[in-house]
Structure formats: C-alpha cells, structure tokens
Design a protein around this ligand. Structure first.
Ligand SMILES: [Fe+2]
Length: 173
C-alpha cells in the first residue's frame, strides 16, 4: 500500500527525490552499523565495519551538500530497501548463535547493503551526467568508489572468515 505520493513531474525532480532517498539510506546505515561492529568477533571485520561507519558519516554530509545545492534544502524521502536490509541484518544478529557463523552472516548482510548502495550511486551518477551536473558526478563517483572498495574488502575478508567458520563446524559430514 502506498501511503503518500510525491509529485515527480520531471527528470530533475526524479534525481533530487532519489538523492533524498540516498540521504535516508546513509543515515539509516549510520544507525545500523554500530550494532554490527559490536557483534563482529573477527577483529579485521570489526575494524572494516567501524571504518565504513566513519566513511558513511562523510557520505551523509556529501549527499546533504548535493541536496542543498540542488534544492536549497536538506530533506529525506524514505528508502524502503534499506529498511528491509537493516531489519534483515538485525534479525540475523538475533537469530545466529555461533560467533564465527555470525561473522559470515554479518559480512553477507553488509554486502547486501553495499550492493544496494553501489546500484544507487551508479544510477545517480548516470543521471547527474545526463542532467549536465558535472560537479555532482564527481562527488557521486567518489562515494560510489568508497562503496566498491568496502565491498571488495568484505569479499576478501569473507574468504578467510568463511573458511575458519567452516572448520569450526562439528564434523558431522
Ligand atoms: Fe555509503
């Protein structure tokens, strides 16, 4: 059920509405990451999530700056995707009891978020280019690059963390 509708009458408004959704997304990630850091057992994973939390705070201010310049105000539109991903990650933290398995699940949850962010910024960057907003393009590219780097780091970590968790599984196979 759609609770309210925003009037999106042109491409520029579509772009700024999606910037508002990106801001909502980044703010919600800032709220969700501390719990993931707290529950990570692997030190490298914990540091990676903590570092990405600091990066995400910078993403919040960069997107706020883009909105300010494009619309003269900073407001959000609800990002329903991040609501679902954050709920799913929180459920996993509650459900998984083995710490090394939880690390695997945290990496999976964090990568689901990263992949969504990469899609969001890839689209916004393409739209900014079409709209001739070259300054916006370079800011969006810098955020997208951070997300891609974070995702690759999680992939690298998962190779080791997944193997260690697999070794920790009782030998019933
Ligand atoms: Fe981000």
């Amino acid at each position: 059920m759609k609770i309210f509708s925003a009037n999106i009458e042109d491409f520029r408004t579509l772009y700024t509405t999606h910037l508002e959704k990106a801001l909502d997304m980044e703010r919600k990630i800032v709220k969700a990451l501390p719990k993931m850091v707290e529950h990570a057992s692997d030190i490298d994973l914990s540091v990676a999530l903590q570092n990405h939390l600091e990066e995400t705070k910078i993403h919040v201010s960069k997107v706020q700056g883009l909105l300010e310049r494009n619309t003269g105000e900073v407001k959000t539109s609800t990002c329903k995707v991040i609501d679902a991903l954050a709920t799913s990650a929180a459920d996993t933290i509650t459900d998984v009891t083995d710490p090394s398995v939880l690390d695997i699940a945290l990496i999976a949850g964090a990568q689901e978020v990263e992949h969504h962010e990469i899609a969001v910024y890839g689209t916004l960057k393409a739209w900014a280019r079409l709209l001739g907003l070259s300054n916006d393009v370079s800011i969006l590219e810098s955020i997208e690059a951070d997300e891609i780097k974070a995702d690759r780091l999680l992939t690298a970590l998962s190779t080791r963390v997944n193997r260690e968790a697999d070794v920790a599984v009782p030998a019933y196979r």
